[in-house]
Design a protein around this ligand. Structure first.
Ligand SMILES: NC(=O)c1ccc[n+]([C@@H]2O[C@H](COP(=O)([O-])OP(=O)(O)OC[C@H]3O[C@@H](n4cnc5c(N)ncnc54)[C@H](O)[C@@H]3O)[C@@H](O)[C@H]2O)c1
Length: 268
């Protein structure tokens, strides 16, 4: 028996990086997967999003793990399109138990250089898109009599991150959503938790942000990215372990938490 045997999980941002890792890990532990990704560029975000081929690769890995998968190319900012696509996939697979609201974008720069389009994209994907994912999914969790929602925040959802105001604000917002919904929907058996990773290697986001050299050299940025452990980053699989625990019934009374996978960064 897997740790989420025969559950059905929706994972956003599933085409690459942490989202792919979560989808494949949950599948390896017995879950069928609804894998959502935009697979298209986002105006205002200076690095590429995942591609159709990336999402196909995630799909193939889930099939290899022996589970069913539906891959959806949807922008989580598009509430109606997302709700309809999730509805159709849930109907096809026969229900929904787990939601991993993981999709996100970032930009690094001086506050005075952050234009409206960037602000709108970051808050639109990370906060409004996470809300859209939750509202699209909650009716299906309700129909099941309960479920688990895990949202990807960040260490920047707990402490400030200089030169990333929109990102930090959106990730603080994700924790606000999780805490509030965890109280409101506890009586329906639906749990809401966040994971807060430090820098995660092998992701499109980190690769893209690593190129912003004038900001990277700033001492405030260096200290904001400093972990207590002597590692620069954690692996996607480290975050997937936290997601799996929070998604599974092992955490049945854990709700409203912001679980750090931060190599000690927040405690420094
Ligand atoms: N990489 C890090 O260092 C780090 C640290 C802490 C938190 N995070 C968070 O982890 C999450 C996963 O990011 P990652 O690190 O795997 O980076 P990533 O860029 O590799 O993956 C993000 C995925 O989300 C998808 N996506 C972006 N906008 C979307 C939208 N509007 N609709 C649907 N899909 C969309 C992208 O196409 C991509 O596949 C994000 O929420 C990010 O903010 C990342």
């Amino acid at each position: 028996m897997g740790r989420v045997e025969n559950k059905i999980a929706l994972v956003t941002g599933a085409a690459r990086g942490q989202g792919r890792s979560h989808a494949v890990r949950l599948a390896g532990e017995g879950a069928d997967i609804i894998a959502v990704d935009i697979c298209a560029p986002i105006d205002g975000i200076g690095y590429p999003m995942a591609t159709h081929e990336d999402l196909e690769a995630t799909r193939d890995l889930v099939i290899k793990a022996g589970r069913r998968v539906i891959a959806l190319e949807v922008d989580i900012r598009e509430r109606h399109a997302l709700t309809e696509a999730v509805e159709a996939a849930v109907t096809e697979l026969g229900g929904l138990d787990i939601v991993v609201a993981n999709a996100g974008v970032a930009a690094l720069g001086r506050w005075s250089d952050l234009d409206w389009q960037q602000w709108d994209a970051i808050v639109g994907v990370n906060l409004t898109g996470t809300w859209n994912t939750m509202t699209a999914a909650i009716p299906h969790l309700r129909a099941r009599g309960g479920g688990s929602v895990v949202a990807t925040s960040s260490v920047a959802g707990v402490v400030g991150l200089p030169f990333a105001e929109a990102y930090a604000a959106s990730k603080h917002g994700v924790i606000g959503l999780v805490r509030s919904l965890s109280i409101e929907l506890a009586e329906e058996g639906i749990r809401f938790n966040a994971v807060c990773p430090t820098g995660v290697s092998g992701t499109g986001m980190l690769q893209a942000l690593a190129g912003v050299t004038d900001i990277e050299a700033d001492d405030r940025v260096k200290s904001a990215f400093l972990n207590a452990f002597q590692v620069d980053t954690v692996e996607p699989s480290d975050v997937s372990s936290a997601v799996l625990y929070l998604a599974s019934d092992e955490s049945r009374y854990v709700t409203g938490t912001a679980m750090s996978v931060d190599a000690g960064l927040i405690s420094l």
